[in-house]
Design a protein around this ligand. Structure first.
Ligand SMILES: C[S@@+](CC[C@H](N)C(=O)[O-])C[C@H]1O[C@@H](n2cnc3c(N)ncnc32)[C@H](O)[C@@H]1O
Length: 237
C-alpha cells in the first residue's frame, strides 16, 4: 500500500538533503548539544542520505559510527554518497526504528531526524531508550502540525491531497490527546505519517526514561533528550 506524500525513501529527496547538509556550520550547531564524548558510539536512525554519519566520520574520537535505515536502496545511495564526504568507517545497517539492530545500552548518542513521524512512534521511542547508555543523548526532529496545516488548499483539484492532510491532522490530534496512533486508509492510500506535539512527546519520552533538556521550535522542531542515569530519576539538566 502506498504512503501519503512526501514518500520518505524518494531518491531526489535524499539527494536534496545531502546537498543542503553540506553546510558544516549548520551540522555543528545542530549536533553540538548532543555533547558527543570521546570514545562514543553514535547512531543515526533513518539515516537517509547519510549526511549525519558522514559528519560524525570526521570526528576521530568517535569509536563506532552506525547508520540504520529501513530501505536498502536508500542505504546503497548513502554508502555511495559517503565516498565523497566521509573520512572514517561507517557501519550501514538495514533495520527498523521499531526494532533497532543494536544491543541494549550500546549507543551513547543517537540522531533521529524526521523519521519518528513515519514510525510506530511508541515502539520506536522504546527502542531508542533501550539502545541508549545511561546519560546518553538523543536528537529527535519531529513534525509540527503546522507542516501539514499550511499545505491545506481550497483548490477543488487538490481535494485528494487535502483529505489526506486532514486525516494526518486527525491522527495527530488523536495521538496528542490519547497517545494512540492509528493509521487510516483511503482507497489505496495509507496515512503513513503523523505530527507530534511537545506535551505528548514529553510524556512519551518520560515513560521511556528520557528527559528533555533542550527544545527548538523554529525553523525546525528539535527535541534533545537524555537517558536517565542508573538511579531511574531524571537528570537535572
Ligand atoms: C524524511 S527521511 C529523513 C532522512 C534523514 N534522517 C534526513 O534527515 O534527511 C525519513 C527516512 O526514514 C527512513 N524510515 C522510515 N521509516 C523507518 C523505520 N520504521 N525504520 C527505519 N527507517 C525508517 C526512510 O527510509 C527515510 O530514509
Amino acid at each position: 500500500m502506498s504512503k501519503t506524500p512526501p514518500v520518505p525513501d524518494d531518491r531526489s529527496y535524499h539527494l536534496a538533503e545531502w546537498r543542503k547538509s553540506s553546510n558544516n556550520a549548520y551540522l555543528t550547531r545542530l549536533l553540538e548539544p548532543l555533547d558527543v564524548k570521546p570514545g562514543a558510539v553514535v547512531l543515526d536512525v533513518g539515516c537517509g542520505s547519510g549526511y549525519v554519519s558522514a559528519y560524525f566520520s570526521r570526528d576521530k574520537t568517535v569509536r563506532r559510527n552506525l547508520a540504520v535505515d529501513l530501505v536498502p536502496q536508500t542505504l546503497r545511495l548513502a554508502r555511495e554518497l559517503s565516498l565523497e564526504r566521509a573520512q572514517g568507517p561507517i557501519q550501514w545497517i538495514c533495520g527498523q526504528a521499531e526494532q533497532l539492530p543494536v544491543g541494549t545500552s550500546s549507543v551513547d548518542h543517537l540522531v533521529c531526524r524526521v523519521v519518528l513521524p513515519y514510525t510506530a512512534i511508541t515502539r520506536a521511542v522504546a527502542e531508542i531508550s533501550r539502545s541508549l547508555s545511561d546519560g546518553g543523548s538523543v536528537l529527535l526532529q519531529l513534525h509540527p502540525w503546522t507542516l501539514y496545516a499550511r499545505k491545506l488548499s481550497l483548490n477543488p483539484r487538490k481535494w485528494k491531497t487535502s483529505i489526506a492532510l486532514m486525516l494526518i491532522l486527525l491522527t495527530g490530534v488523536i495521538f496528542h490527546f490519547t497517545g494512540v496512533l492509528f493509521r487510516p486508509s483511503v482507497g489505496r492510500w495509507r496515512i503513513g505519517e503523523t505530527f507530534q506535539t511537545l506535551s505528548r512527546m514529553r510524556a512519551l519520552l518520560r515513560r521511556h526514561e528520557l528527559s528533555i533538556y533542550r527544545i527548538q521550535s523554529h525553523p525546525e522542531f528539535l527535541v534533545y533528550a537524555m537517558k536517565y542515569q542508573n538511579s531511574g530519576r531524571a537528570p537535572s539538566a
